[in-house]
Design a protein around this ligand. Structure first.
Ligand code: FEO
Length: 173
C-alpha cells in the first residue's frame, strides 16, 4: 500500500508527465507548421515517450493499491521565437522534471517506501538521458548560429528518430 503522501506525489508526477507530452506535442505542431518535419518528428517521438512515462506512474499506483486521480493539464505554449528557443525551453523543462523526480525520491525515502524508491530509480536514470539528448540538439543549433543550410541538415538527422516502446520489464519500472 502507498501512503497518502506518496499517492499524492505520484499523482502529481503523473500529471507532470502528461503535461510534458502536451508540451512536446505543441512543439511538434510548431515545427510542423514551419515545414521542419524532422524537428516535428523528434518532438512527436518525445511526446510518445512522455506518455509511456505517465503510464508507468498510472500502473505503479494501481500495483501499490493507490488511487489514480487525474487533474487538469495546463495548456502549453504554442509559439517560440526559433528552433533554438524551443530546445532551450526543452532543456529547461527536462531539468525541472529531473528536480521533481529527485524530490519524489526524497519523499519516498522519508516515507520509508522502498518499492517506490526502486520504481523511481528508472526515472532518475531516464532523466540523465532526457537532458543529454535535448542538450545535444541545442548545442548543434547554437553552433549553427542561424545558418539555414545547417538547420536543414539537422532537420534531416532528427527525422531519423523513432519511437521504441519500453519493454515489459522496463514498463514495470
Ligand atoms: Fe518524462 Fe522528459 O521526462
Amino acid at each position: 500500500m502507498v501512503s497518502e503522501k506518496i499517492e499524492k506525489a505520484l499523482n502529481n508526477q503523473l500529471n507532470a508527465e502528461l503535461y510534458s507530452a502536451y508540451l512536446y506535442l505543441s512543439m511538434s505542431a510548431y515545427f510542423k507548421s514551419g515545414n521542419l518535419d524532422g524537428f516535428a518528428n523528434w518532438m512527436y517521438v518525445q511526446a510518445q515517450e512522455e506518455l509511456t512515462h505517465a503510464k508507468k506512474f498510472y500502473d505503479f499506483l494501481h500495483q501499490r493499491g493507490g488511487r489514480v486521480t487525474l487533474g487538469a493539464i495546463e495548456a502549453p505554449p504554442t509559439h517560440w521565437e526559433s528552433p533554438e528557443a524551443v530546445f532551450k525551453a526543452t532543456v529547461a523543462h527536462e531539468e525541472k522534471v529531473t528536480g521533481l523526480i529527485h524530490e519524489l525520491v526524497d519523499i519516498a525515502m522519508a516515507e520509508r517506501d522502498h518499492a517506490a524508491q526502486i520504481f523511481l530509480q528508472w526515472f532518475v536514470t531516464e532523466q540523465v538521458e532526457e537532458e543529454e539528448s535535448a542538450n545535444a540538439v541545442l548545442q548543434k543549433l547554437q553552433f549553427l548560429d542561424g545558418a539555414r543550410g545547417g538547420l536543414f541538415m539537422i532537420d534531416r538527422e532528427l527525422a531519423q528518430r523513432t519511437f521504441t516502446p519500453p519493454s515489459e520489464t522496463e514498463t514495470s519500472g
